[in-house]
Design a binder for this molecule. Structure first.
Ligand SMILES: [Fe+2]
Length: 191
């Protein structure tokens, strides 16, 4: 079966996640302004924006000891993908990235595509009154939990408050394969 190649909705209701406590797990994280870290893109506007922007912050989570909700989600991810991502609560960073993303109010994120190895994003959007993701080809996609194929060009419009997202990125995976794994686990919402 071929899944929507831009986005699919994921349902975590059965996991009984404490969303308020989960959001609080971002408070211990150390946020840094995101700077352009690759020379593979030959796009001056893009490079310039990432060189001076002061609106988009990221915080990597490499240890889930103090983050029980994140730990729970990674364990589900291990089950779904039939992979090992945790060793003594430490993330195996060659296989998985966990990141809180914070975009400042009234600021947008420039059009871009993510690098191939990290082009799958299972995003959890904490506040429904903040911006969706906007794909150049298909427009706005609102989601609570979205499995996104960010190798397709996309941007984020400005919100009138800070926008917080938690992102799980399985590295070097095929988007359709990841969708299939979530579907088999009964967590992908069929549209
Ligand atoms: Fe992106």
């Amino acid at each position: 079966m071929k899944y929507n190649d831009y986005y699919n909705y994921i349902n975590f209701d059965s996991l009984e996640i404490d969303w308020t406590a989960f959001e609080k797990e971002s408070q211990n994280a150390i946020f840094k302004v995101l700077r352009f870290e690759s020379d593979v893109v030959d796009d001056k506007d893009y490079i310039n924006w990432f060189s001076y922007q002061n609106v988009w912050y990221t915080a990597n989570i490499n240890n889930t000891t103090d983050c029980p909700n994140i730990n729970k989600i990674v364990k589900i991810f291990e089950k779904v993908m039939q992979e090992k991502y945790l060793e003594n609560n430490k993330i195996i960073q060659s296989k998985l990235q966990l990141t809180f993303l914070l975009t400042k109010a009234n600021e947008e994120i420039i059009k871009h595509t993510d690098l191939w190895e990290s082009s799958i994003a299972l995003n959890i959007r904490f506040y429904e009154d903040t911006s969706p993701i906007t794909f150049t080809d298909i427009g706005d996609v609102f989601y609570k939990i979205g499995l996104l194929n960010v190798k397709h060009e996309h941007m984020v419009k400005a919100s009138n408050k800070d926008r917080l997202v938690f992102r799980i990125t399985p590295l070097n995976q095929d988007y359709q394969y990841v969708c299939e794994c979530f579907d088999k686990a009964g967590l992908l919402i069929k549209s």
